[in-house]
Write a protein that binds this ligand. Sequence first.
Ligand code: ADQ
Length: 745
Amino acid sequence: MKPNAEIHRRLVVVSNRLPFTVSIEDGRAVFRESAGGLVTGLSAYIESRKRAPAPSPEHVWVGWPGSTVEAPLRGELKREAQARFQSHPVFLSEEEMDQFYLGFCNATLWPLFHYFPSYAVYQPKFWEQYQRVNEVFCETLLDIVRQDDLVWIHDYHLMLLPRLLKTRAPYLSVGFFLHIPFPSFELFRLLPGKWRRGILEGLLGADLLGFHTHEYVQHFLQSVLRILGYEHHMGKVSTSEGIVKVESFPMGIDFDKWSAVLNEPDIRREESDLKNTLAEVKVILSVDRLDYSKGILNRLEGFEIFLETNPQYHGRVVLLMVVVPSRIGVYQYDLMKRQIEELVGKINGRFGRIDWTPVVYQYRHVPFQSLVALYSVSDVCLVTPLRDGMNLVAKEYMATRRDGTGVLILSEMAGAAKELAEAIIINPNNREEIAEALQEALATPVEEQRRRNQIMQRRLLRYDVTRWADDFMRALLAIKDEQKRLQTRLVTPETRDELVGSYASARRRLLLLDYDGTLVSYAAEPQMAGPTDLVLSLLGELASNAANQVVLISGRDRNTLETWFGGLPVSLVAEHGVWIRVQNEDWRMTKPLSNDWKPQILPLLEMYADRLPGSFIEEKDFSYVWHYRKADPELASLRAKELVDDLVHFTANIEIQVVPGNKIVEVENAGVNKGAAALYFLSHSDCQFVLAVGDDSTDEELFKAVPETAYSIRVGITPSYARFNLPGPRNVLALLSDLAKAGAP
Ligand code: ADQ
């Protein structure tokens, strides 16, 4: 990892909302700074970049300005946004914003990603508008971005943007961070097929994808595997275009800011006023946006049970509930507001007295200073979301507890619970548990409060918002470096010219080509992956050039190879080198082999085929293959590992080898491999040009066997003995077509 000073490039932050909101008053644009976790956190990071010793402070923020701005006012607004906020507005019409923001973002994605599937609506026109708005963001960005920029896209509103942007500007470094949970596959799959694939493909356009917790990372990777079929290794997903890193970065807060402001006279005054008003009672605080994901009703019901079961606290405790208005006009939100108000009324009516109101409820935005004062006078902070990506309120409360006292009750459904394990952790669906937690919190001795808080405060101080963003940026630079290293192995236009030149000038050439995954893509069933017309015509053209010897070197059985390629003037190698058919000759074995072991192995393979639906056994002359491409991908990879383990153990004294391949496990005679077969052709040819192309681990033996000067190419962006990589079969065919055109001699 590189030090902070290396992060000197311009930062382009992209989010749905800008750090300010514009309203049009008397025909003029009026700017107001906007608050919220994302804006506050990122603003703190941008400030820290300005303070850092060496780096350039340059940044630009791109997003929607918070209202519809008509064309005549846009120019002026753009200039002012640039001058005052280093921001670039993305202009959207009212209809676009309605179907995109209230529609797809907040009526489809938000409920589904927060485990409220029954609230989610699936309207095709919302999805269309989501695509359109992501495209508008892309167009706006393309006018702004420079080659060297670090582009950091935020949140669920813009999940298609990474791919859109990278398709048009592949040179950019693009990171994406999701602020809400990524749900489990079972939830995510509820989205119609085209949408869910679009979202995953869209996200995988980024170089780095960040989530708050390891759990969300796992959920995302699982959906990628099950929906797109891409596997990952240590969080690196290999797609046909390269690798994408997926990692967790738990977002922190600006700890110093929250704790330092306590000294400000205004806050002190407000704090002491509150203390006077609330002198006789213990204060339980809750602060959140009005949202069904925040568990506000559960909290009230938990508090009601607490009052029922703890009469000794009547008159001695107050629940101070601050709720920020949000998504006004949306049915579920309006309904919830009514339900909250009714429940507050019911509790106050049931338990309240002239001198005591158990629930003090405020439905409004609270300025930063007042929020700090509220945190600092509260004995308990009660955070009960049913789902929450992170929850910064819990962290902010901790940061303001300068004397170390205070008790945090935190829902296990909030991302923050992973880091704040010393809090009293509750399941918010269990109202009794909320009531018991309140009882425990109010009875926690001060020393114990301090002990727990100190641990949490230290962690929050160390991993603050700047560290979070720095870590993200470092990870982005690191994955770009890794991609560059892999890119240098990709066949560039220059390498291709050199390869074609060397081919053209050689008198004799040997082309050793794997078939599946190299000349054609994998299909669900092996027999469905027959050669296309293009493959047959290219092979025919290359093989009929008298200077060429073309060898198809495959793991397939000889009958299949014979049926597909018997009519072409090519040589064939079947079963990874068991059988050779030199052009115009008959099939023969490369060495004497035995099949005595087969009856011993078959029952074990059958047991695995029975245990894993969708898997099956293929028998070849001298090997067995267990195929699992069509089976459940996660269970299959587990079973494959078990099978390999079992087989290795079982075959310790038999002369056979176990070879895991691409969605297969093959059991075959020891000593047979593609490398040995390649050596046969190399030793029988006086060629000056050798090309060896293959896509899986069995081809590595081939790459090891060919001379160092040979052009060896591994298909797929993956480390290999081969000198070069090509992304996929399409690129291999393009190269073969260049060779066919080079023609002579
Ligand atoms: P939010 O759903 O907005 O954020 P949260 O993380 O709690 O939730 O952040 C809310 C922010 O708004 C806090 O900074 C808080 O101080 C402020 N706030 C809350 N109530 C307020 C009030 N009454 N008056 C004034 N300010 C108030 C989304 C995800 C979260 C994730 C964040 C950051 O839903 O899970 O933690 O992004 O990634």
